[in-house]
Each structure stands twice: as C-alpha cells, then as structure tokens.
Design a protein around this ligand. Structure first.
Ligand code: GDP
Ligand code: K
Ligand code: MG
Length: 293
C-alpha cells in the first residue's frame, strides 16, 4: 500500500489562528494560544499519523519586523519553515490586508510547492464579506487554493486535512509513527506557564519573560516540577509575584491544572522568579533557551 508523508508549514500574521489550527489537527494542545501577538516563539512540530500517511505540521511565530535578538530568532524559525516545506499553509483572517514583510510575501507568491490559503475566522463574517475576501485573496496570491475555515469552531478543518493528504507526496514516514511532536516534555511545561503569564500580565511583562524548567521528576503517582520565571528587571519581578505572592500563585494554580490534563497525572509545581538582565538580546542565553537552531 502506498504511503504519503511530508512537511506542512503554517505561516501568517500574528493572531490569525495558526496555533489554533495546528492543535485542531493534532487533537492536543501542543501550541499555546492567546489573543496576544508573539504567543508562539518557536517552531513547533505537530505530527498526525494515519495508517497510510504522516503529516508533519509546523506552527511558527507570526511574521513581524524584529526589534531585538529574540524576535530575529523567531523570524529565523519562520524562514526555516519555507525551506523544508512540501506544502505551505498561508493563513489569513477575515478583514486583514497582507504581510508587512514583503520578502516573506514574495516567497509565498513565488513558491514552487502547493500553497493553501486559509481564510480563517469566518464565524465572524457574513456571506457578502466572505465572497469579497475570497476574490481579494485570489488576486493577491494567484498560486494558492483558497479555503474558508473556522479553526476555532472546526468548520472546514477536516476538509483542509483531506486536501493536505491529497497534496502530499508519496514518501515513507519521517518520524516514528507514535511520535506526536519534536519538543521534549519540559518545553510544554515552559509554554504552559508562559501562556498564563501572557493571559494575566499587561504590556511589556509577557515579552520580558522566559521560563526554564530546572527539575522534572516523574514518580509513580505524581510529577514534581520546579521552574524559574525569568524577567529582565527587578521591577518586573515584583509585578510577577504580586501582592503577598497572589499573582504568582494564580499562575501556578492555573498552569498546574493544565499540566495535570496534559500529562494525565497529579502535578506538584514549584515556581520562582529570577532577574536575568537582557536575556532577550543575549545570543548565548537565547541559544540556551532553544532559540538558535
Ligand atoms: P496565532 O498567533 O496565529 O497562532 O493565533 P492563535 O491560534 O494564538 O489565535 C489567536 C486568537 O484568535 C485566539 O484568541 C484564538 O482563540 C482566536 N481564533 C483562532 N481561530 C479562530 C476562529 O476560527 N474564529 C475566531 N472567532 N477566533 C479564532
Ligand atoms: K496569538
Ligand atoms: Mg501561535
């Protein structure tokens, strides 16, 4: 029996729903999702296995103009997603214009591989607006096939998946058939904690934060985790901790609940906060946190 496999790379502006779509395909919360831009900082593989196929999806950070080293590394992840793709998913949302980065946009319109343009969030639009948007994008990206979807509500998600399988080349699998992602357990712990920080802190705080899980001990009935929340300045440390530790406690409680779901086991989560000056602009530190490939 023939077998299809390949790399399907999802790119687009921040907040259009890339991570929501990948999670919908994989059926697991591999990528954290919030309404804030730069929620996704890494390139995260989500692997969907079937008897005769293996779809290796990659979720990437939204395309932005980098202002500091961390963001430059994030855009390197996006660049790498063009290099190995068998199929490109360019996601846009109803009402958006186009990528601010012309070089990336040209890579899409000149791609030698099939491009699926997914017009997302159609749950927020009406028929007239939808038709107008489809026409607009057909002109802008003539090499793409356009499908309107709602990643959040699952509308047309299965249709997109069937389309992906249809377009993938014949190939043996690239990863073991029981593998779900390329990222280790610690990565998902860090991301779960960072999601709570994105949700509960304002302005610059989430962007100054990085998480490092220092300990991960799995016992028979419980997993013991100790993670450090790094910030760039002393004042940010105070904000993260909050009055009598209340803000930090909330992050811990919510992250623990999610992690218990993810691992299917009781979790003991210890969090502490450390100042690590300018980690976002320090190549060596970025490398340590997995931002340089
Ligand atoms: P990303 O930055 O492109 O990865 O986008 P996310 O997946 O993090 O989603 C950004 C925001 O858009 C979140 O608040 C999602 O819940 C929301 N969102 C994603 N897909 C849809 C959709 O189909 N409809 C609506 N209404 N919201 C969506
Ligand atoms: K987002
Ligand atoms: Mg994302």
């Amino acid at each position: 029996m023939s077998h299809k496999a390949g790399f399907v790379n999802i790119i687009g502006n921040p907040n259009v729903g890339k991570s929501t779509l990948m999670n919908a395909f994989v059926g697991e919360k591999l990528s954290i999702i919030t309404s804030k831009a730069q929620t996704t900082r890494h390139r995260i593989l989500g692997i969907v296995n079937g008897e005769n196929f293996q779809v290796v999806l990659s979720d990437t950070p939204g395309i932005i103009k980098p202002a500091y080293e961390l963001q430059a590394s994030m855009m390197d992840f996006v660049k790498s997603a063009f290099d190995d793709a068998d199929l490109l998913i360019y996601m846009v949302e109803i009402g958006e214009k186009e990528l601010k980065d012309e070089a990336f946009f040209n890579k899409i319109t000149n791609a030698k591989i099939p491009v699926l343009l997914l017009l997302n969030k159609i749950d927020k639009s009406n028929q007239e607006q939808l038709e107008e948007q489809v026409q607009l994008w057909a002109k802008k990206v003539p090499n793409a096939e356009i499908i309107a979807i709602s990643a959040l509500e699952g509308f047309n998600v299965k249709e997109v998946f069937d389309k992906i399988i249809e377009l993938l080349p014949e190939s043996p699998p690239y990863y073991p058939k029981d593998q779900l992602t390329d990222k280790p357990e610690r990565f998902f712990i860090n991301e779960t904690i960072r999601e709570k920080i994105l949700m509960h802190y304002k302005k610059e705080i989430p962007y100054a934060v990085e998480i490092d899980t220092e300990e991960f001990f799995e016992e028979e009935n419980i997993i013991r985790i100790r993670s450090v929340i790094m910030v760039e300045r002393e004042t940010q440390k105070g904000i993260i901790i909050g009055h009598k530790g209340s803000a930090l406690k909330r992050v811990g409680v919510e992250a623990r609940k999610d992690l218990e779901k993810f691992f299917g086991k009781q979790i003991h989560l210890e969090l502490y906060v450390k100042v690590n000056k300018n980690w976002r602009s320090d190549q060596r530190q970025l490398k340590r946190f997995g931002y340089n490939q």
